[in-house]
Design a protein around this ligand. Structure first.
Ligand SMILES: Nc1nc2c(ncn2[C@@H]2O[C@H](COP(=O)(O)OP(=O)(O)O)[C@@H](O)[C@H]2O)c(=O)[nH]1
Ligand SMILES: [Mg+2]
Length: 430
């Protein structure tokens, strides 16, 4: 039985008025622009095609024909006008001829990679709805209707969920099932709140409009994560339907390499989540460091047989400095992201944007810097008063450490204020 649930992301945008999202920035712009223009000028379904099933394929001669047959029969059986596209980038085992013989349209993709193959396959597709699925006969191409029905009902992206639908013994390695997939899906939901239960399912549907809106960019297996992340960021309507996974029908090992591809997923998600990568860790470190300062400022503190004194204060200074760097860099990354339409600024961030301008940043940084100089000056004064002889470190190292930390924070604030303003200026010009 098919279970379907709609997951509307909280920041849903009206698709027709939404600016297209550009996540990887200017470098990818020109290629993306041309591709998008080509996709937009192509008529949606010249032959009245409703569904395009796109199969990424790299040397799948053993299973490709079965997949094409199953998909074609499913569409025919249900009276859906459709096509099957095989997106190939360099098969040498006869897959291309097999695909043609089986009635599929072959799209040759010059660039390597799973994501690249799918992107080009989608661009060449004529259907209003696009369905992607591996060509290794592990996914259930005979049951595509739940995906199509959800899209007909207005969903933009429909994810298969294999955990709900059933994973046959031997279909998924245990470390993918119990470690890789739950951890990466968990991180994705923590960072981006997609609400998706199986973020790496290879069988999914998306409307042509959603594909154009998301402006997908990644070339490798991390494409699977990118689609979910961008769907959330663009405020698309997502849902899940149950699907099954059975052991693939081929005799050679999969293309996916657990550690390389797992890392590519994680890396991609971290780069799009400066809050989690930079700001939150920075905040925790800075708070911890400031607490050490506050507790030990007056006198050492003993906990059992341990005594925390000036050395702990100095470590606190380190934590404050590094934490503040994380925070300020994270803020810069968020400014950049918001400018480029990557996600939306939280309320706290919007408040920060309103509060900060170059002059206020320079004033605040200058003030903190001056306070630090005063503290250092006090210690120098004491030193001078003692004819530059030895100082009582138990007494003088506290203000000196605090002074040095404040100088660092002040300078960092001044530098970052300039940097934020530069970012703001570039954002306005582009
Ligand atoms: N065109 C193309 N297809 C690929 C590439 N890598 C993987 N695929 C296809 O993508 C699908 C998923 O790959 P697979 O090895 O089954 O990965 P897994 O299911 O995640 O273990 C299969 O249909 C592959 O043929 C690639 O670099 N280019
Ligand atoms: Mg597979």
């Amino acid at each position: 039985m098919t279970q379907a649930g709609t997951i509307s992301s909280p920041n849903r945008l009206d698709l027709d008025s939404a600016p297209a999202t550009d996540v990887l920035g200017a470098a990818a712009h020109s290629r993306g622009e041309a591709d998008l223009a080509a996709a937009l000028t192509r008529p949606t379904g010249p032959a009245g095609i409703e569904v395009s099933v796109v199969m990424p394929c790299l040397n799948e001669a053993e299973t490709l024909e079965t997949c094409i047959r199953k998909a074609t029969q499913c569409l025919e059986r249900n009276g859906v006008r459709g096509e099957v596209i095989v997106a190939d980038n360099g098969s040498t085992d006869g897959s291309i001829e097999i695909a043609r013989r089986a009635g599929a349209r072959v799209v040759h993709v010059a660039e390597k990679g799973y994501g690249m193959a799918l992107m080009k396959g989608f661009e060449a597709a004529h259907g209003k709805y696009l369905i992607m699925g591996d060509a290794d006969d592990s996914y259930d191409f005979e049951n595509l209707m739940p995906f199509i029905e959800r899209m007909r009902a207005g969903d933009d992206v429909v994810m298969g969920n294999r955990f709900r639908g059933g994973i046959q013994p031997g279909a998924m390695p245990w470390h993918h099932r119990y470690i890789g997939n739950p951890v990466l899906t968990g991180v994705l939901n923590l960072f981006f709140r997609s609400g998706i239960g199986d973020a790496h399912c290879g069988l999914r549907g998306l409307t042509r409009r959603a594909f154009q809106t998301m402006r997908l960019r990644t070339s490798g297996m991390e494409f699977a994560s990118e689609m979910v992340v961008k769907a959330v960021m663009c405020g698309l309507r997502m849902s899940e339907v149950s699907t099954t996974l059975k052991p693939d029908g081929r005799s050679r090992p999969p293309h996916l390499r657990s550690f390389r591809d797992g890392w590519r997923h994680l890396r991609f998600m971290m780069l799009l989540a400066p809050d989690w990568l930079l700001m939150f860790p920075g905040l925790v470190m800075a708070t911890l460091g400031a607490t050490l300062f506050a507790v030990l400022w007056q006198r050492p503190v003993s906990i059992g047989r341990a005594t925390l004194d000036i050395h702990s204060i100095m470590l606190g200074a380190l934590l404050v400095t590094v934490g503040y760097q994380g925070l300020t860099m994270g803020f810069a990354a968020r400014i950049y992201a918001v400018q480029h339409g990557i996600g939306r600024a939280s309320r706290a961030l919007q408040f920060g944007f309103r509060l900060l301008n170059l002059e206020r940043g320079l004033l605040a940084g200058g003030g903190v810097l001056a306070a630090g100089v005063v503290l250092i000056g006090l210690v120098v004064g004491l030193w001078a008063a003692g004819s530059f002889g030895p100082l009582d470190t138990g007494y003088t190292l506290r203000p000196l450490t605090a002074g040095m930390t404040l100088v660092t924070l002040g300078v960092q604030t001044i530098l970052m204020s300039f940097f934020y303003s530069m970012l703001g200026l570039c954002g306005r010009q582009s």
